[in-house]
Design a binder for this molecule. Structure first.
Ligand code: ADP
Ligand code: MG
Length: 262
């Protein structure tokens, strides 16, 4: 009589590997995020947003629409209500705020460097945790931010805005963040510095799997680097689109903004 093969040694009839693709992992989940001004005027009307891990999410929209306000909620520069912002599935209100800000670094329109040298600036974050970065580590961070070794000893006042922005980026990267929040980081920079910063951001995504949320006033910039674009109008996310399909926006204000900006 024919023996059935041992079940454990049997080849599966159909081999299916179920691996969650990085695109399916949500880094930040924002649910019904609201904010009003002190005078009671609504600023955010219940923003919903999923920031996929390892992707660059662009946020665009008219000025005053709440882009910076949304971004600043993600690392608690203001306190979002409980149950509205989740990092890796955890309510950020339940996290230690300093470790949250290490994990979620932020760059602003204008870099503000501290007194001292570029190296001092880069060492600052780790030092707060009692860790002294070696010269090699500082140089590695300079390289990562596309700055050569000569910057090590320079002072903030000797740098152009574009160079200072890259030092600010290196200083943020020293904390080994998982997410970067960028609030119009190139709007004060010339085209070449802008391209340098964009190149660094794309490299960080590709090589380190960094998640990036970038507010930009430039639709062209967003189309160059973002994987997905959120259109914010009047405190609401009115469209989520692929960067090359912005023309498919349907919301009238979004459409108007896109037409006028392009
Ligand atoms: N702390 C605050 N108190 C009062 N109003 C604020 C505060 N923060 C932002 N606003 C207002 O909220 C709106 C959205 O601001 P903001 O997020 O800076 O917009 P954007 O970055 O899209 O230009 C603006 O009308 C701004 O004046
Ligand atoms: Mg802003």
């Amino acid at each position: 009589m024919e023996r059935f093969p041992d079940a454990e040694n049997q080849e599966p009839l159909l081999s299916v590997t179920v691996e969650p693709s990085p695109a399916e992992t949500t880094k930040f989940r924002v649910r019904n995020l609201t904010k009003s001004s002190d005078a009671g005027t609504p600023i955010l009307h219940g923003v919903n947003m999923d920031i996929p891990k390892g992707k660059i999410v662009g946020i665009i929209g008219p000025s005053g629409s709440g882009k910076s306000t949304v971004l600043r909620a993600l690392n608690r520069l203001w306190e979002p209500p409980s149950g509205t912002v989740f990092l890796d599935g955890r309510d950020i209100r339940d996290l230690d705020v300093l470790s949250l800000r290490r994990k979620v670094g932020m760059l602003f329109q204008l870099p503000a460097l501290f007194e001292g040298t570029v190296a001092d600036n880069i060492r600052f974050g780790p030092q707060l945790k009692g860790k002294k970065l070696s010269d090699e580590e500082v140089h590695r961070l300079l390289t990562l931010a596309d700055l050569d070794a000569s910057f090590y000893d320079k002072r903030g006042s000797d740098l152009s805005v574009g160079q200072a922005q890259r030092v600010a980026l290196a200083r943020t990267l020293a904390n080994e963040p998982e997410v970067l929040l960028l609030d119009e980081p190139t709007s004060a920079l010339d085209p070449i510095s802008t391209q340098n910063v964009e190149d660094v951001i794309m490299k960080l995504k590709k090589k380190q799997g960094l998640t990036v949320v970038m507010v930009s006033h430039s639709i062209k910039q967003i189309q160059r680097i973002a994987d997905v674009v959120c259109l914010l109008v009047d405190g609401d996310v009115v469209e989520v689109l692929e960067p090359d399909r912005l023309s498919e926006a349907k919301h009238p204000m979004a459409l108007r903004f896109l037409t006028l900006s392009s």
